[in-house]
Design a binder for this molecule. Structure first.
Ligand code: IPM
Ligand code: MG
Length: 358
């Protein structure tokens, strides 16, 4: 059956890195004779400028129908003063919620050749390979009630951190199963020393662990995990966390690799349809210069092939090509130590060449 792919480049470097990934996609479609229907639409600030909404309803509908959405990045100073509904970031949260993308997989890994790019010492960081499984459609991001009260003294604002047991179970299941496929260790992160919702989270995850005797489960408080990620990141295999804690910890983990421009992510629903985006943002300061690193986006395409498009072998080929690219000494500006780096558009050509020769 033809699989549907929707391309949403978005804003800033989202446009360039997506164009690069689409070159790779077009190449593999042709080379491996894949039956994909590929459609591209605007989202974020770019869509707001053109259609008056960061996520027009036809875009949302197309995303709902797609098997995989490749999402570049959204946002930029141009749209910073808009109200929440019009802001580019709203497109992201609407897509996550409306598409039920509750499972956010954020790998953080380090190529040996790039360990010098990490802010940590080589002996601490070498071999880093972590998967953060972040809950993405619940918790304090979406909890009700929420609001601002401006007719009282003092005025106040509030949000609600809430999880029901089903929400915890479905994300923990993904995390346990991911650990089974990796190195068998899962660390569940919360603030059970302070928050009821965290204590509840811990009890559900603990209860589930008897179904996964092959997974070694540990629990950590989120502030400690922030510290442990910097002190001894290799203690972790899979980390599972709520929406807010996962947001924060995944930025720390990504930074450890020294190259956020290399890291992909997947956001999945229960049927493994998903949205795939680089961990980096729209980087308005370097947009339009053809210097952004498109590897995170190309790697996100690889995740899409693996999880949503049933093309694991081709995903392996792309991953191998990225590995060879790095091993052969090719660099983009963000990870280059000298002046000889490849431009965005040259990276996809190189990756294509490597896949073609594999
Ligand atoms: C992320 C981002 C988003 C989030 C923002 C842009 C709304 O930080 O994907 O991690 O907080 O989830
Ligand atoms: Mg974030």
């Amino acid at each position: 059956m033809t699989k549907k792919i929707l391309i949403l480049p978005g804003d800033g470097i989202g446009q360039e890195v997506t164009a690069s990934a689409v070159e790779v996609l077009d190449f593999i479609v042709e080379k491996f004779n894949l039956q994909f229907s590929i459609n591209s639409m605007e989202v974020g600030g770019t869509a707001y400028d053109e259609f008056g909404s960061p996520i027009p309803s036809n875009v949302l509908n197309a995303a709902k129908e797609a098997d995989a959405v490749l999402f570049g990045a959204v946002g930029g100073p141009k749209w910073d003063d808009l109200g929440w509904d019009d802001r580019p970031e709203n497109a992201l949260l609407t897509l996550r919620k409306e598409l039920n993308l509750f499972a956010n997989l954020r790998p953080a890994f380090l190529f040996d050749e790039l360990s010098g790019a990490s802010p940590l010492k080589e002996n601490v960081i070498k071999g880093l390979d972590i998967l953060i499984v972040r809950e993405l459609t619940g918790g304090i991001y979406f909890g009700e009630p929420r609001g601002v009260v401006e007719d009282q003294k003092p005025n106040y604002a509030f949000n609600t951190m809430i999880y029901n047991e089903d929400e915890i179970r479905r994300i923990a299941k993904i995390a346990f199963e991911s650990a089974q496929k990796r190195n068998g260790r899962l660390c569940s992160v919360e603030k059970a020393n302070v928050l009821e919702v965290s204590k509840f989270w811990r009890s559900i995850v603990t209860e589930m662990s008897s179904d996964y005797p092959d997974v070694e489960l540990s629990h950590q408080l989120a502030d400690n995990t922030a510290m442990q990620l910097v002190l001894d990141p290799n203690q972790f295999d899979v980390i599972v966390a709520s929406n807010l804690f996962g947001d924060i910890l995944s930025d720390i983990a990504a930074t450890l690799t020294g190259s956020i421009g290399m890291l992909p992510s997947a956001s999945l629903d229960s049927a493994f349809k998903g949205m795939y985006e680089p961990c980096h943002g729209s980087a308005p300061d370097i947009a339009g210069k053809d210097i952004a690193n498109p590897i995170a986006m190309i790697s996100s395409l690889s995740m899409a092939l693996r999880y949503s498009l049933n093309e694991e072998d081709i995903s392996d080929k792309i991953d191998l090509a990225i590995k060879k690219f790095v091993e052969q000494g090719y660099r983009t500006i963000d990870i280059a130590t000298e002046d000889n780096y490849l431009k965005t558009s040259a990276v996809s050509k190189k990756i294509i060449e490597i896949i073609d020769n594999e």
